[in-house]
Write a protein of this length. Structure first.
Length: 180
């Protein structure tokens, strides 16, 4: 009798605690950085990685560890707006040459798609890349916006072999990026 009551209580507590996990959409968890003022969703099964230099935050898949999402915050000269920096295609090209496939990196990036969207009072550019490395091909989404004199860039990347299976979810991650 005691074992039956314990089992029932365990199931009830498990279901109750399961509702406490912060899940933004099917298969996605929420990450919020109140200090820097941004948030985004990331896939279940991904873990945060500590990095000492470079991105503000990085998550990667526990199994396919080269699948990752990161946020980089960079200063913008003269407090320019995103529109003043350039069109989605201009910014996408600059990002590909300066961050995704800089000279000497051995990578090549092709801007596949570039679009602009409004979220509240901010303009976001959603950029899609096909990236070629010496030993593999990858696919990236980037979401870019400007706030408080800084350029916020979320980049999510996966090997080409997983692109067909994951691209809708990865695009959802990129579109979830919100800077406040």
């Amino acid at each position: 009798m005691f074992k039956r009551i314990t089992a029932i209580l365990f199931v009830i507590v498990s279901l109750t605690l399961g509702g406490c996990v912060s899940i933004g959409a099917a298969g996605l968890n929420s990450f919020v950085d109140t200090g820097d003022g941004y948030e985004f969703l990331y896939p279940n099964g991904w873990v945060q990685v500590n990095v000492s230099d470079g991105p503000d935050v990085v998550f990667h898949d526990m199994i396919e560890q080269t699948e990752n999402v990161s946020v980089v915050i960079s200063p913008i000269p003269d407090n320019k707006t995103l529109d003043e920096i350039g069109t989605p295609t201009d910014v996408g090209y600059k990002l590909s040459k300066n961050a995704i496939a800089p000279p000497g990196s051995g990578r090549e990036a092709e801007l596949v798609n570039a679009e602009s969207r409004q979220r509240g009072d901010k303009t976001y550019y959603l950029l899609e890349y096909a990236v070629t490395l010496p030993n593999q091909k990858r696919h990236d989404f980037a979401s870019v916006t400007v706030s408080r004199g800084q350029l916020f860039t979320l980049n999510i990347s996966t090997p080409e072999k997983r692109w067909e299976k994951t691209h809708e979810q990865l695009e959802q991650v990129a579109r979830s990026f919100n800077v406040y």
